[in-house]
Design a binder for this molecule. Sequence first.
Ligand code: NAD
Ligand code: UDP
Length: 316
Amino acid sequence: MSARMVVTGGAGFLGSHLCEHLLARGDRVVCVDDFSTGVRSNIQSLIAHPNFSLIEADVACGFTVEGPISAVLHLASPASPIDYLQRPLETMAVGSEGTRQCLELARDRGARFLMASTSEVYGEPAQHPQSESYWGNVNPIGPRSVYDEAKRFSEALTMAYHRLKLVDVAIVRIFNTYGPRLRPGDGRVVSNFIVQALTGQDLTVYGDGSQTRSLCYVDDEVRGIVAMLDSGLVGPVNLGNPEEHSVLELAQMVIAITRSSSKIAYKELPADDPTRRCPDISVATRDLSWQPTVELSGGLVRTTDWLRGELGSKAI
Ligand code: NAD
Ligand code: UDP
């Protein structure tokens, strides 16, 4: 019998690619999602798949999955800053009680549990690039803390279940990931810039654009998550692309790729926006034989093609 995976947040950007990847290799997939930030069209092509099923539920309120389970992959959580700032309490609920519910499910079925954590656990990093041994520098009372601390709590809870209840666990720290199925309006930098460039609006660079991010293409990220799932390692393991760019460079790249006449408009930098972020991926490279392969320019072209389709034919 093939493995049976529960993917919470499976209708989201990353989760839907992950569900597809698992189905393609022959696993059965149970997607649990409340469609708070995910969209049905992300899983439309999977609904008819005989090995795919959907449970519509808020994981923080409890949910039931019947039958044997090989692994629980917990991706449910708002991820874009505008989403989690609009849903601060839901974000903390899914990162606390939601994570506990998923860990209990894994414990009950003797399943492996994979926690989708984030580079945000490093906060405003004093170490650069960030390695897993760095404990981070998070403002515990700032607006972003609802996300950062929820993920830090999730990591702590995951390790407590591992130590106390001997649950087989894995923690991945996902760095900024982009690609097709980013919602055009989700507010993240790649979708914002591409949509703005395609529709002739100014690209909104926050602050002076000198802050950096390291962007990983979604196919690479999913491959890393699955390698971690299959590995038996506990982690945490950083999964991201160490190619680091300033936000201003990214804006200029997007304008060039889309051949847009858009200009750059500087806007206020959000509170606690990390000034730099770049993963040290030596653990993933050594222990998972994983490294990203898609270059930013190529990934941006693929994402642009997809967003152009989403926006309809009026784009350039
Ligand atoms: P997304 O918003 O596209 O997907 C999140 C999914 O979770 C959505 O389908 C949403 O409806 C669902 N969800 C949210 N709260 C839920 C709840 N209480 N119960 C059930 N479903 C719920 O975001 P994403 O970019 O796909 O992120 C997926 C995961 O990866 C998140 O946990 C996020 O923190 C993590 N992550 C993503 C990135 C990134 O760059 N994309 C970076 C670091 C970490
Ligand atoms: N950003 C920007 N303009 C936008 C959206 C984001 O300059 O329209 C910046 C944001 O301030 C941050 C970076 O781009 O420095 C990445 O933002 P995003 O929301 O994608 O993810 P974060 O890494 O902040 O979670």
